[in-house]
Design a protein around this ligand. Structure first.
Ligand code: FAD
Length: 382
């Protein structure tokens, strides 16, 4: 059976769902192909913090736009547990103040409103954070969402614009004719369209390679823990200050889900690896469990009796500069949107906007050149 559409989106994670919603809103007939279950890969495993704090300076305009776009989506379809809870990054030592102040300066220059708070002010925002911190940064525009419900909301938006979602359809090859894209071959048949967007997370490069496109994406281990549900205690997203050396030097993210579970995501020195199987689901590192529990007890000592319930691991798609590869790639009509660097949830709506604007021949409201999929090839040639 041959299926025809204006555009095919491969992958129904948050990025593919956002691209499908944006293309449908622009009036295109879209088919989304998902090899597993929508939201069932990295996106569903995410802590899904939506924020701008201590991230990439050059991406701040896009990140700020994304935060507003998530808030607007919530106003339109309040079905994904969006909570604009703000984000605190705690300082354990006075030596961290300089780095915190630098970040605050960068973000204020970009029109954002972070602050450095002394412990009393922190406790007015997060009353049970009674641990011996020396200060914390406060980023009020951060939010959290339920990752599964967010993917579903975006796919519902795409569906209401006429999109079809096909689950269990693994795309095996990009089809071309006369030097341009003609569609996608899958395990359940051939799908034809003059536009194909690969939003396959850490699997993107395999499918792109079938069209002769080489993408520098490697998998990186991300780990999560969840406790049993407890009374509402943690109101914000709480993390460690971004240390010199970035995430590879270790940072912690703790938040409480609407279900009452406390969630942890820690990237530890030595716990981060570019090696590993995207398809394997190994155990979390023992060091990660210890670090998570230590950090929780340091910050919230009254939660000492809370039991851990479960843990999970996923492989995020990482590029050499931690930025997405988003835009046209290879034959005419082929686009990619992947390589999230561990913060793809917040950036998904921006990536979708870049792809939709590019297809419509419009300019995006922010820089899109820093995401060009061919930027590493050009740098190597220079
Ligand atoms: C523990 C953890 C915590 C995180 N916390 C945050 C956070 O707080 N804030 C933030 O912004 N980000 C966070 N992230 C990162 C964020 O979740 C990811 O960047 C984002 O979900 C990536 O979305 P995606 O759509 O690119 O990938 P995925 O969700 O992996 O989606 C890709 C989809 O494509 C499908 N696919 C691939 N190849 C094919 C094929 N050939 N045919 C058909 N289907 C295919 C896959 O099955 C998959 O469903 C976190 C991630 C993890 C793991």
């Amino acid at each position: 059976m041959v299926n025809r559409a204006d555009a095919i989106v491969v992958g129904a994670g948050v990025v593919g769902a956002a691209v499908a919603a944006a293309l449908s809103a622009a009036g295109r007939r879209v088919t989304v192909l998902e090899q597993g279950v929508p939201g069932g890969a990295v996106s569903g495993a995410s802590l899904a913090c939506i924020g701008t704090h201590m991230m990439d300076e050059e991406e701040l305009p896009l990140l700020a736009w994304c935060c507003d776009a998530w808030a607007a989506l919530d106003a339109q379809a309040p079905r994904f547990e969006y909570s604009r809870c703000g984000q605190l990054r705690f300082l354990k030592h006075d030596g961290e103040r300089r780095s915190a102040e630098t970040w605050i300066g960068i973000e204020r220059a970009a029109g954002l409103a972070p602050e450095l708070l002394e412990p009393d002010a922190v406790r007015r925002i997060e009353p049970e954070l009674t641990g011996p911190i020396v200060a914390a940064t406060w980023s009020p525009n951060s939010a959290v969402v339920n990752p599964f419900l967010a993917v579903r909301t975006l796919l519902d938006a795409a569906r209401s614009g006429g999109a079809g979602i096909v689950a269990g359809a693994a795309a095996t090859r990009i089809l071309t004719a006369g030097g341009r894209v003609a569609g996608v071959e899958t395990a359940v048949g051939r799908f034809e369209a003059p536009l194909v967007v690969i939003a396959g997370g850490p699997w993107t490069q395999d499918l792109a390679a079938t069209a002769g496109v080489d993408l520098p994406i490697v998998p990186r281990k991300a780990q999560c823990l969840a406790t049993v549900a407890t009374r509402p205690v943690i109101r914000t997203v709480v993390g460690a200050c971004k240390a010199e050396g970035g995430v590879d030097a270790g940072y912690t993210q703790i938040q409480q889900a609407a279900s009452g579970q406390v969630l942890f995501n820690t990237v530890l020195e030595g716990g981060v690896t570019a090696a590993g199987g995207r398809d394997s689901v190994p155990e979390v590192d023992r060091a990660f469990v210890h670090d998570s529990v230590d950090t929780l007890l340091f910050l919230f000592p009254r939660l000492a009796a809370l039991d851990l319930l479960r843990s999970w691991v996923r492989y995020e798609a990482v590029t050499p500069d931690d930025r997405f590869l988003t835009g046209p790639a290879g034959p005419d009509g082929l686009f990619v949107a992947a390589g999230d660097g561990g913060t793809g949830f917040v950036r998904s709506l921006g990536m979708a906007r870049i792809v939709a604007d590019r297809i419509a021949g419009k300019e995006s409201p922010f820089r899109d050149d820093i995401y060009r999929p061919d930027r590493f090839v050009e740098r190597a040639a220079a």
